[in-house]
Design a protein around this ligand. Sequence first.
Ligand code: KIV
Length: 262
Amino acid sequence: MPTQITLNTLYSMKQKGEKITSVTAYDYPFAKIADEAGVHMILVGDSLGNVVQGESNTLGVTMDQMVYHTKIVAKTVQHAMVVADMPFMSYQVSVAQALANAGRFLKETGAAAVKLEGGAAVSETIRAITECGIPVQAHIGLLPQSVHQMGGYRIQRNEAQLLSDARMVEEAGAFSVVLEGIPADIAAEITRNVSIPTIGIGAGPDCDGQILVIHDLLGITDRHVPKFVKQFVSLRQQAAGGIKAYIAEVQDGTFPSKDHSY
Ligand code: KIV
């Protein structure tokens, strides 16, 4: 039986200097592949809006959509910790609203934790959710849900602000913090200064772990690939090749052959 990753596993990995790996997943096949490959955390990200729904940002993703996808991922995964991303306006209106929606993820989907974007501004919310026994992963730096306020997807360089945000979310009870779009030296400094694991995306090599959107790392996306992404395979090309071969064989009569007929 594969080991179930818990908060203690992640804390102990940070202490031992073992890198934590995380990817996103939104459905059964990719959740199963990622879990069987051995990632430690699977985030059902609101990047669903970009890579599954084909939108230009994450703002339109709803709680119902996230609950639907998280339920599929959580029932599939046996080993990784499943984290549900709280979508835009599911936790900003009030602490009560945030508690109700975080609770929905644990009650209805089987996720073990939730993630929400923001530093000091959401620390009261993080505290309230963790006090209810729901683990919270914080997310600071480049905040995709604040794309309009940031004037685009911009690298965040205010070291004092970022360090203070990281300390505030740790103090509020977050079990981990995603560092997105931050210069590597600042991310390294944050990682040295907090006791919770930092998980980087576009934040250099010195975070306690890394996360990538699965469609990016597998080379499925047809969109601009940011500098921080490494495409480890080119599934889009391979998939297109497979579909073109199918079209050709149907048209020239090679498929279905006798072997594929009853
Ligand atoms: O929604 C998402 O996929 C994320 C990760 C990129 C951290 O927030």
